[in-house]
Design a protein around this ligand. Sequence first.
Ligand code: AR6
Ligand code: MG
Length: 355
Amino acid sequence: MVVPIIETAVLANKFRGCMLGSLLGDCLGSPFEAESGPVAKTILQKYFDKMEDPTFKSPVKRYTDDTAMTKSVAASLAQHGAFNEKDMAKRFATEYFQEPRRGYGEAVTRVFRKWRESKMEDVWKPAREQFDGQGSAGNGSGMRIAPVGLFCYRDTDLLVETAAKVGKLTHTHRLGYHGGILQALAVQLCVVQDSKAVVDTKRFCDDLIEKMSKLEPKDEDELNSFEQEPKSYQIQLKLMQKLLQKKDVDNDEVVEVLGNNVLSIYSIPTAIYCYLRAQQPIEFIKTDNIFRRVIQYAISLGGDTDTIASMAGALAGAHLGADSINANILKHCEGVDMAVSLADELLDAVNSPPA
Ligand code: AR6
Ligand code: MG
């Protein structure tokens, strides 16, 4: 990919947008997590309208494990100027033991405990032991990966390598860490996308399909070695392209085709779809603000709302920049200043690589 030269101010706006988008999707989506079936559209419309109203007051919406872990990824990359497995693992564990009630996945906390018990002797081992040696295929790999997409936006090989390592610290199932790579690649595409231009959704998907085809097994036997269906992100991305071409796709169909649960394969393509679908008006979402539309739409699908909205929000923010976010909405979320500082620190690290 030929990476365009992006003006520093534009890039700073995109980095902030991405970190804020990830945070806002998490904070705003978490009250709706695990609603069975799609979330009531009128309730959601009012919820967002109120958030945008400058006079509306409500308790600050707390972020969850998605942001707790994203924070660690960003801070570790910014401080070391590169991936450092021990430092990142230590940050994940420290965050968790300080605030265990942020809604972590059930299995991933076992990795943190094993790190602590073994004094980080082998940071890779506990993840390999998850799910009887299968490894986790949860979407924890994608929910925290946005900083990698930012940090490596100029270098696709480094991005893939880094996202794989960040993922494998806790998620060694192929569909787990590959999901993280896919989300990081999508963030990269959004960073290099002109903020003002209309997104070519077909090209966006084609680009991701091509990059995933270099990673995913070609051999049918290997693809079939997992019990789980579907077996590759390429398949999901192609289904997504078909959905994007169709008129009047309702939420049930999206959930049926792409999914909305905690598994990477059933949520990371869904988040990318939300970002792409919401580039165009959506009948039940009354707003001209594309950033808001992406997050509101992602939440409307129900299921793992915080994580899907967080990943979709990261993409919208990386594309449109922080300027596109309604300032009143920001006031209702915990961690806004932190997200902005981390975005700035990441950009500094990108601009001044270690000697
Ligand atoms: N086989 C069966 N189920 C699995 C497998 C597998 N190989 N891998 C994961 N699961 P976990 P995460 C299911 O604990 O990915 C929070 O709500 C299993 O039900 O590794 O970091 C966040 O907001 C397991 O409990 O953690 C995210 O939405 C679940 O996937 C999500 O959890 C999560 O896997 C992230 O969780
Ligand atoms: Mg979640």
